[in-house]
Write a protein that binds this ligand. Structure first.
Ligand SMILES: [Zn+2]
Length: 445
């Protein structure tokens, strides 16, 4: 990342996401990493780079509340399995086999996909080892990433290569947090990430909470994704998954639970009362046949919700547009058409997601003084015609092909659809080579 120049996005339809249903024709001036002004006819000034916003929608950059970029090399290689078999037969052996250069290749591929798809902020979960490579990739490519190594010290089917010593695992997290939290001008943050209840001893969960709270890091885990998982958690703990997590302290405004598909009534109230964040991942939930989180009900109770693509092997893409289209349609099956309206969906992909990540004071809206994370979406694709309500256009007609320019923290990371912070074809080549070597070692090819 070079010196941040000022940037002017000229001539677009700005959708600030400050007020639903509001948009205006305006320019956006970006200085020192923040939005300086949103108004028509702004002067670029000397040295300012101008981005074309003509025939485009200009929005706050998209936020994803749950991804695993480290799983990118297993994409298209873990098909047709339910969650626990998908983990034990494909994902865990894959993660155990990853070497440092392969973690780097996977992270670079995933982050490049996120950025070129308009996602500027994400909450990510790594594997148990080589988490440095994820942060290095995020620092280099320019995304705003909150991430952490995952913790695993028990569990059926967990390969030896992922089973950790509890103390050592937590010491690694502490060292990673010290090195990376707040780095890259604050773009990178640490999150303590016990994988899920079935791979963590209660002692590990309690210690993870203590570490996160003592350092001010987010807590990030999976909960209530799949019926079998939720049943086994109940057999082991006597409680619902989210209820048990709350009991050990994994709850509250600094906590993000991915999925929350299988909740009982009491757990919905707990999530709302404790202001625990939820990452709704409809693409992954449909692909693994896990179920559909009852988002209309959660929203009605005031639960904070963001969207996430989850991992490339369970989606198989990291497109916020795929998740938005699903979040705007899949709930109609149970609740009728319009169950989650497009403005609410767009909010989950912007400021609601940013709030879930603890960034809601300066990310997720396009307003003067806020962090300059901006996406310019071309309206020239056939599916975007004819222009109408921007939320309906983006949620139902948008796609990664709509992404023209992306700015993160005031720096241009995608220009005319092309990644500018790294060579995307080199990233693809590197990923292909690493995936070929890995799948060969795993006996998958
Ligand atoms: Zn996940």
């Amino acid at each position: 990342m070079g010196l941040r120049r000022s940037v002017l996005v000229r001539g677009g339809t700005v959708v600030p996401m400050a007020e639903r249903g509001a948009w205006q024709q305006a320019d956006v001036l970006i200085e020192d990493g923040r939005v300086a002004s949103v108004a028509p006819g702004l002067d670029p000034g000397p040295g300012c780079e101008v981005l074309d916003g003509g025939d485009a929608l200009v929005l706050p950059g998209f936020v994803q509340a749950h991804v695993h970029v480290v799983q990118s090399l297993a994409r298209h290689r873990a098909e047709g399995l339910p969650l626990l078999r998908w983990l034990a037969e494909r994902i865990w052996p894959y993660e155990a086999a990853l070497q440092p250069a392969e973690v780097a290749a996977a992270a670079r591929l995933g982050i490049a996909e996120l950025l070129t798809g308009g996602t500027t902020s994400a909450l990510d979960m790594g594997t148990t080892h080589d988490q440095e490579a994820v942060f290095s990739a995020a620092a280099e490519l320019g995304i705003r990433l909150t991430s952490g190594k995952c913790h695993m010290d028990t569990g059926d089917g967990v390969p030896a290569g992922l089973l950790e010593d509890r103390e050592e695992s937590l010491a690694q997290a502490e060292a990673l947090g010290s090195r990376w939290h707040g780095s890259a001008s604050g773009r990178l943050r640490y999150a303590v990430a016990p994988r899920f209840v079935l791979s963590c001893s209660p002692e590990l969960l309690v210690a993870a909470v203590a570490l996160a709270r003592s350092r001010g890091y987010l807590l990030h885990t999976h909960s209530s994704e799949n019926a079998q998982e939720t049943r086994v958690v109940r057999e082991q703990t006597g409680k619902g998954n989210a209820e048990f997590l709350s009991e050990v302290g994994i709850a509250g405004p600094d906590t993000v639970l991915a999925h929350c598909v299988h909740l009982d009534e009491g757990e919905v109230h707990l999530l709302a009362e404790q202001q625990t964040g939820v990452a709704h991942c409809p693409g992954a939930n449909l692909k693994l046949g896990s179920g559909i989180a009852d988002v209309p009900r959660l929203l009605r109770h005031g639960v904070r919700i963001g969207l996430g693509a989850d991992g490339p092997p369970c989606n198989n893409r990291l497109s916020i547009f795929h998740e938005m289209a699903l979040a705007g349609t899949v709930h109609n099956l149970a609740h009728g058409p319009g169950a989650v309206d497009p403005w609410t969906v767009l909010e989950m992909a912007t400021w609601r997601g940013a709030q879930v990540l603890g960034l809601g004071d300066e990310v997720g809206r396009l307003l003067p003084g806020w962090k300059a994370d901006v996406v310019v979406l071309s309206c020239s694709s056939l599916a975007m015609e004819p222009a109408a309500d921007p939320a309906a256009m983006v949620v139902f007609g948008g796609g990664v092909e709509s992404v023209r320019h992306v700015v993160v923290d005031g720096s241009i990371v995608v220009r005319h659809g092309e990644l500018v912070t790294a060579d995307a074809s080199a990233i693809r080549r590197e990923a292909r080579g690493a995936a070929a070597a890995l799948t060969h070692r795993l006996g998958w090819s």
